[in-house]
Ligand binder design. Sequence first.
Ligand code: UN1
Length: 479
Amino acid sequence: MMKTSFINGVFQGQSGNVLRNINPSDTNDVIEEFARVGREEADLAISAAKASAVDWGQSNPQQRFDVLDFIGSEILSRKQELGELLSREEGKTLTEGVGEVTRAGYLFKFFAGEALRIPGQRLDSVRAGATVDITREPVGVIGIITPWNFPIAIPAWKIAPALCYGNSVVFKPAELVPSSAWALTEIISRSGLPDGVFNMLIGPGSEVGDAIIKNGSVDAISFTGSARTGASIAQQCAARMAKVQLEMGGKNPLIVLDDANLELAVDIAVQGSFYSTGQRCTASSRVIVTEGIYQDFAQLFAERTRALRVGHALDPKTQIGPVIDSKQLEQDLSYIRLGQDEGASLIAGGDLVNLKTPGYFLQPALFSDVDNSMRICQEEVFGPVVTLSRVTCYEAALAQAEDTQFGLSAGIVTSSLKHAEHYKRHASAGMVMVNMPTAGVDYHVPFGGTKASSFGPREQGSYAVDFYTKVKTAYQLPM
Ligand code: UN1
């Protein structure tokens, strides 16, 4: 049976427009079919969200805790099954899929707790006898638009705080990964939320996404995706003065200094660069190495890259799953050709891999002899394609790491406390990782970047309150 969107408490939305969810590890495997909806259904969902927003905005902390805790508990108790579904549709390995589902479960649990401690302040007025209450109120209707690379964790880290702080939600998942979004929606549909508070729409960005962005009843938009779409959303939100939060690209540097432990440095580089098939905005895509360790590092990193087992996401031996679809694969391959045309040396990988099942399999690619001004060092590939460059010293490494339009995550591998401390202060990225991969973040602390990577208040952790609430200042003289 064809699956549908969820509007005003009911799974609904028939259409002749069918979305087939294809497994990137085996393109003969059609996972499920969905009925795509359009602008009209999006407007219905937004009206339902608006109509329910006032009551839900006045719900008490216990109601919100119970809803979020129910969702989190069910996700955690089904993590194996949901992880398998996620890996089947997105292509990350089963370990990564189950890991992501676990993260989503904990995100709901975290915000269940946050619902019990929504912050506020009471101050004495500067005018005699009066007091001032500073409170956090729901924003209203939140439009949530998510990418394909984290089919459940990114929806979770937007939906959970939206509900926690008393907002209604209209959620549009990426069309490449509708199954995880639908499974999450099915759980939410049984969580005790009043009808209309949570809506999920399966349909194209050009209609459903566009309706969410343009509809004046949507008070705020949280988006993760490409810089181009993000810029357009920001402009449209500014024009109608809607609140906006954007998470976009990265070109994250990983510095390796001479004093680093070689094995640890290579592990961190392989993990951060290639796991999840490099399809993370936090992936390390520029590895910058000082000259004393460069030779040994380059040799071991290339060996390890060649040895990575690319395969079907659900095969337990697989280390690197397929690329998400043919379009992304074409983009990865065109950057690999571009790197060669620009004069970089492809020292490992970069070939298509043929397996028993037809899928988008690519051996991770490693370039050396790059110049940071090359396009492969400046533009986000969003695939398993990495550059390796040699610098003289820490200061040169830092300068090169900073030479980018992006500012999401920045890593360093070193045993020098002095350099680690300096880097934490002077890297302009929103997240800095010392002796850890640039990708793979905790669920209870803020996530986000600077420069072209992010715009608006931070996501996750207790900082999420800034986006998902508005502040009221109430003055009172005694009666
Ligand atoms: C992570 O690295 O754990 O789209 C999360 C992305 C990011 C999430 C990365 N928004 O890749």
